[in-house]
Design a protein around this ligand. Sequence first.
Ligand code: ASP
Length: 613
Amino acid sequence: MSQSAAWRTHACGELRAEHIGQEVTLAGWVANRRDHGVVSFVDLRDRWGLLQLVADEDAPQTGHEGLQGLHPEDVIQVQGVVRARAEGQSNADRATGEVELLVSAVTVISRAARLPFEIAEHIDVPEDMLLRFRYLDMRRKPLKTALERRTQANHLIRQALVDEEFVEVETPMLTRSTPEGARDYLVPSRVRQGSWYALPQSPQIFKQLCMVGGLDRYFQIARCMRDEDLRADRQPEFTQLDMEMSFVDEEDVYALVERVMASLWKGLGRDELQLPLERMPHADAIRRFASDKPDLRNPIEIVDLAAQGGTLGFVVFDKVLEGGGYVRGIRVPGGASLSRKQIDSIEQAAKDAGAGGAAWCKVATDGPSGPLSRFLKAAEGDAPVDCPVGIAGLSVAGAAFLRELEALPGDLVVTIADQPRRALVALNAIRRRAGDLMDLTGGPDRLVWITEFPLFEQDDDGGFHPAHHPFTAPVSEDLALLEDESAKDRVRSRAYDLVLNGTELGSGSVRIHQRDIQQKLFAAIGLSPEVAEERFRFLLEAFRYGAPPHAGFAIGLDRLYGLLFEVASIRDVIAFPKTATATCPLTGAPSMVDAAQLEELGIVQSVPSETTT
Ligand code: ASP
């Protein structure tokens, strides 16, 4: 790599045997110092690696004395000659391990105070501390490497899209509320007091306007801000790869996104993606996996047991079925080997998901065992049924129940009986938990498109809101249902998600490009024409001047990179992330502001400020 001549001739990490004999100037951080009598060693670090500096009696005085006065993380400049390490002293674990620098001069550029933690490979430091001193954490390999890989990945994406003639557009940060369904971050206007900007939840409307503007293909590596309750894989501000295309339908979007993903996978050295990617309609994903983001590496599928469950004489099942609920379950292949504690943890997963519990049994050749088994076995006096797969002692209903699950000796069966919404959440939870316990989630990446999402989701209070956002086109055969109040939950949309190993990577849709349909949609979600006009005038107006059919997609890059770089948290791929409570320990944001600032903005604060530092 080329270095600015001002401070150094080489990077520490680039020196190899081929440099032996060369006089070089280096600059970097003191990683550590070891003194052995008249010989001193220092490891000098820069972004590219570590190099051993040495000063001994052979070295001119400045070198030896200079090294001895150094402290960890001092920034220094050194001159010297690259030499081979002595016989037997090579360090095979280090790229520069064959050589060292015999130092002739040392200049201390900047002294380091005592550090809050060591800059070492393995450290045990609370995360808050790492975030507070993020610039020190950045000197460590994991974060530095993640940021380098992120650069490479962004570059691969940009390259792929520029090759396909996409135009990169930077859309405004200070804007109006965009409808992604989260709470907005608001910014007060000084010049128009009482008015507020919203930080964008996504560039959704702007990218649609770029299509009306005739750009045809847009992309942006865009920052999005959503004031949501945070979860492990969420940040209040995050980065999306945002795209939009004109004169396309979903097939074109799938193909484009697949090409971009394939170049990313290839560029990052992962196993080649098999294209085209799998697809699954939303309804199938829910039926088979109780999730709109199924991890397809886990082969366990949900089985509907309504017909068989109602004949077992199990009052819990009967009651739930009478109330219109679900009785569904899973078969865990080989799951009979799980311990009681492990099975309890599956049941606990159901409870954590809001269900009352889970009824289970182990299956063996001599019959089922466990809480559910007594409803499956033949009653005393009744002739037991011979199950074709060789499970003894079952009642007729019990055999039919296990047959529906395709249970085999050695399996574990877990069932959920609850009202539909809760049952699905619990089924998803037990399927995942069982998959983890049985180690079923290794194996190659499984990327899948989930298609035909419902257009609306029902709120707890019975109202409907757009499942994606209100610019998503309905499937044309379902258009007529839009105005039918009782059929709203059956309207399918042209929205799709991309799911990787059980994580939603991104979402998109074919958009509405007709003003009248857009207005119908607003009406269907309860926005009066006046409110819709007030909020989205700029989009509705644009649609009056010739709007092309268009569709798009956005991928959450932090989440994607977190998975691809195999780190524990998305914070590990973000240079300056926030904590789970949306604070920044480094800057102390959010923080109080001066009374004068508030006054200038015309804002009166009704709650006392909290100090955050
Ligand atoms: N704006 C959408 C989102 O952020 C993505 C899209 O529809 O393109 O989820």
